[in-house]
Design a protein around this ligand. Structure first.
Ligand code: ADP
Ligand code: MG
Length: 472
């Protein structure tokens, strides 16, 4: 399982980021729900803890369900859980941690060399950006009702007509596999073809570039390069973590937008729910055009699938898929475009490996797990409220009411928390369903319960039980 966790991290983060931060990460043990990991230096420990803990935990969980916590220790210093003895931080580490921005520029010329294992990069940080995938162009993007607005806005911002950008920043949000990255790459291609200077970065790349720049004392060059462009495309900004990096992210966006340069951002959630970001940055992100891409309906799935099949068949002329099989796949795989792509790959693997044509039966077997696993039961907020109310001996109307006695507040907060983690509803929507409360009230409840679960094992079990009951 550990090998798989590492492989997935490598695939998700890309080779250079993986090599810089995770290559020397090792699993020591998994005990009572805690996975103890170790790295050789404190710098790596603090970096992974402050930027990648959630990511590592989620990846772990998808491989080993019983893991509920991650601890990172430094090898050769005894028990990982024990706080390390206070040692001076290297200049770069301190700079990364200090929210007061100018630190990196005034740091001593030669950082103490004790823990300098941050990635070494070229001058100015790695700003080549991530490469754009040629397949992800406007030509290959299927437009439907659920993405028409996002598509139109994307086309608009990728066109350069000398005017100040109308929608700036353009903020696209949607669940996984619904076409955000595809649209972002399409914008990048189109703008580059029009001769504009474009940088496409994922959140990981952005963080990596910034830290690299600090490390090599090129923060200024990094910033200058990032700002001397026409279009900045940032993908998956929900992953941008770390105080100084978030501040830099905010400065970058402000500087570009103020200078009339286009910024395009994608995320899995609306800007109001980027909890980790400062309010100032959030409202800046929300201040341009915010568009959501909705789920894929069956017709859109069929179009995406046939486009994907055609592309694969161009390279594998013997690979045939009957219209029936295609229709079955488009009907069965409802979750997202990524799974559709996965399904095509499996059909192809099957056809290539067995040398036999794809029948309905082989198709069914090949995509069975995609169909089953990816269709979680839709849980209704109302059901959550009813279950939690009955479990705590209050009524559902108590939960929706204004009453603030402890006997009602706690189940109400638990129900809000469960609504957030078990449904795809946004915080404002959840607030509305809880008697018209504000989204900040919901956020407060979610954070509070999250914290309490971490501290109180009994409550943790209780919430886990409620989750299971709702999911069954
Ligand atoms: P996200 O970034 O939102 O998670 P992606 O952009 O990576 O999703 O899309 C996942 C897959 O689905 C990609 O192969 C992408 O090309 C495909 N896809 C999603 N939406 C569309 C669309 N409207 N037209 C064509 N392909 C799409
Ligand atoms: Mg994406």
């Amino acid at each position: 399982a550990w090998t798989r966790v590492k492989r997935r991290l490598r695939a998700e983060l890309g080779e250079d980021i993986f090599a810089s931060w995770f290559a020397r990460l090792e699993l020591e043990e998994v005990n009572a729900g805690t996975a103890r990991l170790s790295v050789p230096t404190r710098f790596l420990k603090s970096w992974i803890e402050s930027h990648y803990l959630d990511r590592v935990l989620n990846t772990f969980r998808s491989e080993l369900e019983q893991v509920a916590r991650i601890e990172v220790g430094v090898r050769g210093t005894g028990a990982p859980a024990r706080p390390a003895a206070p040692k001076p931080l290297s200049a770069a580490t301190a700079a990364v941690r200090a929210p007061a921005a100018p630190a990196p520029l005034t740091a001593p010329a030669s950082p103490s060399a004790t823990e300098t294992d941050a990635p070494r990069g070229e001058a100015g940080g790695d700003l080549s950006g991530a490469p754009l995938d040629v397949r992800l162009s406007f030509v290959n993007f299927v437009v439907a009702r659920s993405n028409a607005l996002a598509h139109a806005a994307a086309e608009r911002v990728s066109r350069h007509d000398g005017e100040a950008p109308l929608y700036n920043p353009l903020y696209v949000h949607a669940g996984v596999g619904l076409g955000k990255t595809h649209l972002l790459h399409a914008i990048g291609h189109a703008a580059r073809e029009a001769g504009r200077r474009v940088i496409y970065l994922t959140a990981d790349r952005f963080m990596y570039g910034f830290v690299n720049a600090l490390k090599t004392q090129n923060a200024l060059a990094f910033k200058e390069r990032l700002r001397a462009i026409d279009l900045l495309v940032l993908d998956d900004v929900q992953f941008i973590q770390g105080k100084s990096i978030q501040a830099e992210f905010g400065h970058t966006i402000n500087a570009l937008v103020d200078a009339g340069r286009q910024v395009v951002v994608a995320s899995d959630r609306p800007p109001t729910e980027l909890d980790a970001l400062e309010e100032r940055v959030r409202s800046r992100l929300a201040g341009g055009l915010v568009v959501e891409i909705g789920g894929l309906d069956e017709q859109l799935r069929a179009s995406i699938l046939s486009a994907r099949l055609a592309a694969v068949q161009a390279a594998h002329p013997n690979f045939e898929v009957s219209p029936q099989v295609a229709a079955y796949v488009a009907k069965a795989i409802t979750a997202n475009g990524r799974d559709l792509e996965g399904a095509v790959n499996r059909l192809l693997a099957h056809a290539t490996l067995t040398g036999s044509p794809v029948t309905m039966e082989t198709a069914e077997t090949a995509i069975r797990d995609l169909v089953k696993n990816r269709e979680p039961k839709r849980i209704k907020i109302e059901d959550i409220q009813k279950l939690v109310a009955s479990r705590y001996n209050v009524s559902r109307s108590d939960i929706l009411s204004e009453r603030r006695t402890a006997a009602v507040v706690k189940p109400r907060q638990i129900a809000m928390y469960l609504s957030k983690v078990l449904t795809l509803r946004s915080l404002p929507e959840i607030g509305r369903r809880f008697g018209g409360r504000d989204h900040t009230t919901v956020l407060h409840a979610v954070r509070k319960i999250e914290k309490q679960i971490g501290e109180d094992a009994v409550l943790g079990d209780e919430v886990e039980l409620l989750k299971r009951m709702l999911q069954d």
